[in-house]
Design a protein around this ligand. Structure first.
Ligand code: ACO
Ligand code: OAA
Length: 473
């Protein structure tokens, strides 16, 4: 399964990797875990299948389903007052425990792939195995490059990137072989496709960058001595080891945010119809491209540039506050602030803030982000209507990328997409491992809802039968 592709057209292997991780296999490791977890879930459904764990208010039906428990996601969970837990581990624990590059200070995102897929913190060797796997499977079919090259440069990079990934569907083993396998085995096909997508996604993203901004014909050289992030930055023409560290941190931090966010939910939904991982992921990616979701990291830079244009790079807090009032007047939002679930400063913001404090001395844009953090929360609190006045992950990422020379802010959501593929693909593998059925919630009209409310008041259920409560009365 791990055949070494040498001198591939769009992903040449420059040198071989150490042999010590040869005996490790992600699929074999997951086999046992899938077996165990299926038993756990079977037991939960058997013992508690009829237990009511949530109820729905009318306001939630009209309010983006906020707060409704919708489905199960094993890879991560977001606590309003603590933030993301990746397989139960906080961002601080992740920073401390995931293996790093040699002489590096931040985790390798390859460790996040292992963690989200298996639920276990990886060893150094398991991370090496993932790096090796990604490098060895990085060949891009030539037609994918041709499709991407045929697109106009004016297209938003997210669309260019999504079209490249959609075209990769021809690689799908799920698409070709699913019907030959039992349902219980489909997760293996999804896993192979998921790992194939992760192996190629950095090349597709790099090609979007090179096509849109560098205009060079590049024969991508994947160096097996380098990790996933270092190869990625190299393919985009960057040569700064500090930027490699920044990208390692970025790709680790943005990997997952449980199942209900727009991109994860879209991917999960499309995957439930047994669409293959490539097109399911593209569905999620298109959701990520919305300005209230992933595109906010592009919007933050636009917002900062507007602020600088109007009040300069070193405004006083008072000048900043007045400018913010003007910004909100036409009904805009402050990008990078607020969250549907979080009710505190996003710990992923704090990780990036700490990275900036360690690595960047006196950069005007970074300073502005830190000044905004002093000013914006109190301002948003004063508006009363906002549920979370604190910064989210997108408030900080752009200024770090910009500092290291990646100035094209309309590319930032592509980077987000590369990272989010780790979580979305892990979620998809597990959705098929648990053999979840096609998603199809009920909906109703407002008239239908009013009838339902009337029936409820009369002690009847949806079908007009007496409910247990009314019988007891
Ligand atoms: C990776 C990610 O997806 S993280 C989120 C990235 N998105 C952004 O940063 C965009 C800015 N933030 C927002 O628009 C929102 O906070 C969201 C979309 C993230 C969350 O939306 P909600 O859960 O609906 O937020 P909330 O319940 O606090 O909204 C209540 C009101 O406050 C407003 N509000 C929320 N955040 C902000 C903000 N940053 N600036 C101005 N107004 C805001 C909402 O627009 C809404 O106004 P309305 O009642 O007039 O329509
Ligand atoms: O959870 C959400 O709604 C948004 C998201 O994906 C994130 O913050 O990373």
């Amino acid at each position: 399964m791990l055949a070494l592709h040498k001198m591939q057209k769009y992903g040449k292997v420059a040198s071989q990797h150490s042999k010590s991780c040869k005996t490790i296999s992600l699929e074999k490791t997951m086999e046992e875990i899938v077996k165990e977890q299926r038993e756990v879930v079977k037991k939960v459904i058997l013992e508690h299948g009829k237990t009511v764990v949530d109820t729905i208010k009318v306001s939630q039906l009209y309010g983006g389903m906020r707060g409704i428990l919708g489905f199960i996601c094993e890879t991560s969970c977001v606590l309003p007052k603590e933030g993301i837990l990746f397989r139960g581990h906080s961002t601080a624990k992740i920073e401390e425990c995931l293996p790093r590059a040699e002489n590096g200070c931040v985790p390798l995102p390859e460790g996040m792939i292992w963690l989200l897929m298996t639920g276990k913190l990886p060893t150094q060797e398991e991370v090496k195995y993932i790096t090796k796997y990604l490098n060895e499977h990085s060949t891009l079919p030539e037609y994918v490059i041709q499709v991407m090259d045929s697109l106009p440069k004016e297209l938003h990079p997210m669309t260019h990137f999504a079209i490249g990934l959609q075209a990769l569907q021809l690689n799908s083993i799920t698409l070709k072989k699913r019907k030959e396998h039992q349902k219980t085995e489909w997760w293996r096909l999804i896993l192979r496709d998921a790992m194939d997508l992760l192996s190629k996604i950095t090349l597709i993203a790099a090609h979007t960058y090179n096509h849109n901004y560098r205009g060079e014909k590049i024969c991508y050289q994947v160096d097996c001595e380098l990790d996933w992030s270092a190869n990625f930055t190299k393919m985009m023409g960057f040569k700064n080891p500090k930027f490699d560290e920044c990208i390692r941190m970025y790709l680790t931090l943005h990997a997952d945010h449980e199942g209900g966010n727009v991109s994860a939910h879209a991917c999960h939904l499309v995957g439930s119809a047994l669409a293959d991982p490539y097109i399911s992921f593209v569905a999620g990616l298109n959701g990520l491209a919305g300005p209230l979701h992933g595109l906010a990291n592009q919007e933050v830079l636009t917002f900062l540039n507007e602020l600088i244009k109007d009040i300069g790079k070193t405004p006083t807090d008072e000048q900043m506050l007045n400018w913010l009032k003007g910004w909100l007047k036409p009904g805009k939002v402050i990008p990078g602030y607020g969250h549907a679930v979080l009710r505190v400063t996003d710990p992923r913001f704090t990780t990036q803030e700490n990275f900036a404090k360690r690595n960047i001395k006196d950069d005007a844009m970074v300073n502005l982000v830190h000044q905004l953090y002093r000013v914006v929360p109190n301002f948003l609190k004063s508006l009363k209507k906002i549920n979370n006045p604190y910064p989210n992950v997108d408030a900080h990422s752009g200024v770090l990328l910009s500092y290291y020379g990646m100035k094209q802010n309309d590319f930032y959501t592509v980077l987000f997409g590369v990272s989010r593929a780790i979580g979305l693909m892990s979620q998809l593998v597990w959705a098929r491992a648990f053999m979840y059925p096609i998603e199809r919630p009920d909906t109703t009209t407002t008239d239908g809802l009013l009838e339902l409310i009337k029936a409820k008041k009369e002690g009847k259920d949806k079908q007009g039968n007496d409910t247990k409560d009314s019988k007891e009365k």
